[in-house]
Design a protein around this ligand. Structure first.
Ligand code: NAG
Ligand code: NAG
Ligand code: NAG
Ligand code: NAG
Ligand code: NAG
Ligand code: NAG
Ligand code: NAG
Ligand code: NAG
Ligand code: NAG
Ligand code: NAG
Ligand code: NAG
Ligand code: NAG
Length: 735
């Protein structure tokens, strides 16, 4: 088929031939040439018009009894304009019957018959039987009903609206797919009171999935997880409760989604008229991820659907995305299910099934209350069905309350309101929240069996031996390392100049980010992964989504000039050691100070030691200790500017995927406390890890402070308990 452009080309060519000088010399003949050319053109145009109209000729859209389709012949019944098709489409390793957009390349199914049935094999026939029933007839066996109309059909039609209808002999509609929507409504379609849309199980599997959008008979349009249609589980609604008992959801051809009541009066516009140029087509679908979206696209067959509106921006909003005892968190804007500490996935392969406790003790029958420990999960909210709640108590008291109550399996503590809610498992609808205002305290199995007195004595002797041997070992290692490192120093210095040519230069230089960049990288600071002494840590993505990083927002920095900040960044940026968490960049704009670090997937040493038990064996812990010792040695002895950490503790040791320990938060002490190299008061650091002389006096801080903290941490690593643990009786609180 030609289009206008082709005709223009033809015209130009013809004219060129006609008006060329040689022809011109032939006199009068040439005078008629252009006329002839136009006549040819006219004929061509007429021909194309005829062809065009025959092409758009109604492909007889009335389907008579006896008509049939089979999967293999790739035949289907088209609507008048050819926009929609009804028939077999490929699904799994077979075929399903449904309706799809025929003119567009991206296969978009809007309706499926018997969606929960397995696919058909290729030897079946779809038939409008002479008896007036729409069925699928297998080679042998029972026929399957596609449309359950109350009367017999005398014809059927695929309408241009995307509605497939059956008519009786007086041409009244007796059955239509618009009355039985699956997950999509089209312009002109209504969702009637009591009816619902159910999401696909996945993007490629159209069996009934996990989420529901229901037009309630109370006038409210609400989204629920399919298996808990109850008030607490609703995650989106139009707040039109009480708008009448006959409210319908409508979509019109201008892309407006709205609710109408029985007298056809507007109850609410859910979306305004979409401002898309051209004449776009629309559909509204509850997607497999539970979000209800309005899509538009142009008629261009290579175009893609674009989202006009969605019921929620946060993919963790749909409740029930993650199973029981697990919580949803955004990673790179995609939702991911995670288990709290002390819990494991029920099925590693299907993380959305939920988590279960990785120990099994019934607290109310067990004898010793000391079999339990607590772990904390910050800023994760759950559906709270508390059996008891206490107000205006501090966090430790909340923990104590739960600890003493054998029925309490977890507690939710709201920092601002000082509210403590005692909970039982399973926990539902976990979701990481923006604000760090809520802490989940989880009762978990203790790291060590602290059964009887005698056992504990034995343990102490053991511990003493282990400590002594370990200290000796560490000392030897430190000495050996210093000697080795000292020797190789010169060699290494020479090596550095080669780095540039090895393409490592990007890793060596610090990058300065703008605040906007980091805001974008962290999805507007939504995905926070922890809170440290300096401020909040967020997960972010840089380099166009190719690298996951941890972004630390410094909140408590004593305001210092830009120069100091930049100097400090330079010092930290100049450190390169495999046992230090690498600083990748920073941002300093006004009062916003942010640091961008490499992302450490496997959490902190504290999680390893005090989290769910039996994660680390003795060998592993020795390796970790040596790694930390190497890192500290480097900070103290090897890097250009000596760095005193001031806060060595398990929380500040992070683990990478390979189990290698790395020191975090180094070099920040100066930012917190100005003039710190000589003297300062009010030492930062953590109680229990700081040497007593620094607690009580204003002595100048030296590397020895870190050595003391390292020693305390060594004890913690050996014993797998905190040096100061309020969970024990007074005498045993200090390790
Ligand atoms: C779709 O998912 C269901 C279970 O959710 C499964 O039984 C079925 O085999 C899946 N179908 C395809 C084609 O993957
Ligand atoms: C066709 O259906 C309409 C509506 O259900 C009904 O009023 C009419 O009588 C039917 N016609 C025949 C011939 O059954
Ligand atoms: C639902 O599943 C079908 C597979 O039969 C697929 O073609 C369709 O795109 C899916 N719909 C959504 C919204 O994912
Ligand atoms: C429909 O809505 C209009 C305006 O909101 C209201 O006046 C009317 O009573 C409603 N009709 C029904 C049947 O509820
Ligand atoms: C869509 O918008 C056009 C122009 O604004 C208007 O004429 C038409 O009536 C609208 N159609 C519907 C169904 O609201
Ligand atoms: C609901 O309203 C529609 C028209 O908007 C009407 O056809 C239908 O009969 C009503 N149903 C009930 C139960 O009132
Ligand atoms: C609802 O949307 C329609 C179409 O976009 C518009 O004409 C109407 O003014 C809107 N009504 C309200 C109350 O916003
Ligand atoms: C539509 O999506 C496909 C793959 O998802 C992509 O290759 C294509 O470029 C897109 N087309 C447009 C017009 O964006
Ligand atoms: C980011 O958060 C700020 C305030 O918290 C808000 O004003 C802004 O609209 C948000 N931006 C986006 C893109 O979510
Ligand atoms: C990131 O993507 C944008 C456009 O998508 C491109 O202009 C830019 O160069 C990319 N940046 C990097 C570092 O790849
Ligand atoms: C890191 O964490 C992942 C998942 O949490 C775990 O599978 C892996 O074994 C851990 N790696 C090490 C070295 O502990
Ligand atoms: C830090 O030291 C400088 C000069 O040594 C002094 O001017 C400044 O006041 C000190 N800052 C604080 C907070 O002590």
């Amino acid at each position: 088929m030609y289009n206008i452009k082709d005709y223009k080309n033809i015209l130009i060519q013809i004219r060129m031939v006609c008006l060329s000088p040689e022809r011109d010399t032939q006199g009068s003949e040439s005078f008629y040439q252009p006329k002839m050319a136009f006549m040819i053109l006219f004929l061509l145009l007429c021909l194309s018009f005829i062809l065009n109209t025959t092409n758009a000729q109604p492909r007889n859209s009335i389907i008579r009894p006896g008509s049939s389709l089979s999967p293999n012949s790739n035949s289907h019944w088209l609507s008048e304009s050819g926009q929609f098709a009804f028939g077999f489409y490929r699904y799994g390793n077979g075929f399903s019957v449904g309706i799809w957009f025929e003119k567009i390349q991206q296969k978009t199914v809007v309706w499926t018959a018997n969606r929960d049935d397995p696919p058909f094999s290729s030897d079946v026939t779809l038939l409008l039987s002479t008896k007036g029933r729409l069925i699928v007839q297998p080679k042998q066996g029972q026929e399957i009903l596609i449309a359950s109309a109350s009367q017999l059909a005398s014809s059927a039609s695929m309408l241009d609206s995307g509605n497939f209808v059956l008519f009786n002999s007086s041409s009244a509609i007796i059955w239509q797919t618009f009355d039985f929507p699956t997950d999509t409504i089209l312009p002109g379609q209504h969702l009637l009171p009591g009816h619902s849309l159910v999401s696909n199980a996945s993007e490629t599997n159209h069996t009934r999935g996990k989420f529901l959008l229901v037009m309630q008979t109370d006038g409210n349009l609400v989204q629920y997880p399919v298996d808990s249609i109850e008030l607490e589980a609703a995650y989106w609604n139009t707040k039109t409760y009480g708008a009448g008992d006959n409210v319908t959801l409508n979509l019109d051809s201008n892309g407006t989604l709205y609710l109408l009541n029985a007298t056809a009066l507007l109850v609410q516009n859910i979306t305004e008229k979409a401002s898309v140029s051209g004449k776009p087509i629309y559909r509204a679908t509850i997607d497999a991820d539970g979000i209800f979206r309005l899509y538009s696209r142009s008629f261009n067959q290579f175009d893609n659907w674009s989202i006009q509106w969605s019921s929620s921006e946060n993919k963790c909003d749909p409740k029930g995305f993650c199973g029981v005892n697990s919580y949803c968190t955004l990673m790179d804007r995609d939702p991911v299910c995670q288990c709290p500490p002390g819990f494991d996935f029920i099925d590693q392969g299907q993380k959305d099934l939920g988590c279960h406790k990785n120990y099994n003790v019934d607290a109310c029958t067990g004898k010793s209350e000391q079999m339990f420990d607590f772990d904390e999960l910050i800023s994760v909210s759950w559906e709270v069905d508390a059996y008891s709640s206490l107000s205006s108590i501090p966090k430790d008291a909340c923990r104590e309350e739960c600890f003493r109550d054998c029925n309490c399996e977890a507690a939710l503590y709201q920092i601002e309101s000082q509210l403590c809610k005692k909970l039982k498992l399973p926990l539902r609808f976990g979701k990481r929240e923006l604000s760090g205002q809520v802490i989940t305290l989880l009762k978990i199995g203790a790291a060590l069996d602290r059964g009887g007195e005698r056992k504990q004595k034995e343990l102490r002797v053991d511990v003493l031996i282990i400590i002594i041997s370990c200290l000796t070992l560490a000392f030897l290692v430190v000495v050996c390392c210093s000697v080795l490192v000292y020797r190789h120093r010169n060699v290494r210095k020479k090596g550095i100049s080669n780095l540039d040519s090895n393409g490592l230069v990007e890793d060596v230089t610090l990058r300065s980010f703008t605040y906007e960049e980091l805001k974008h990288a962290t999805n507007n600071f939504t995905d926070n992964i922890g809170k440290g002494a300096f401020g909040t840590v967020f997960r972010g993505v840089i380099s166009n989504g190719s690298r996951i990083v941890a972004i630390k927002r410094l909140d408590k920095v004593v305001a210092e000039g830009e120069r100091e900040f930049n100097n400090e960044m330079k010092t930290i940026g100049n450190t390169h050691h495999k046992n230090l968490v690498q600083l990748l960049g920073y941002c300093h704009e006004g009062s916003n100070m942010l640091l961008v670090y490499e992302y450490m997937r496997n959490g902190s040493l504290a999680d390893f030691l005090f989290g769910s038990r039996l994660k680390t064996d003795w060998e592993g812990r020795i390796a970790i200790t040596l790694n930390i010792a190497r890192g500290i040695l480097y900070l103290h002895e090897e890097c250009e500017t000596q760095i005193i950490h001031c806060d060595i503790k398990p929380e500040n040791i992070l683990m990478d995927e390979k189990g290698c320990a790395k020191i975090a938060d180094f070099g920040l002490a100066k930012l917190l406390m100005p003039n710190q190299t000589k003297t300062y008061t009010g030492i930062r650091g953590t109680r229990g890890h700081v040497a007593p002389e620094w607690w009580h006096q204003n002595s100048p801080i030296t590397v020895k402070a870190d050595v003391y903290s390292f020693g305390i941490m060594l004890l913690e690593i050996i014993c797998c308990r905190r040096s100061l643990d309020m969970m024990f009786q007074t005498m045993k609180q200090y390790l």
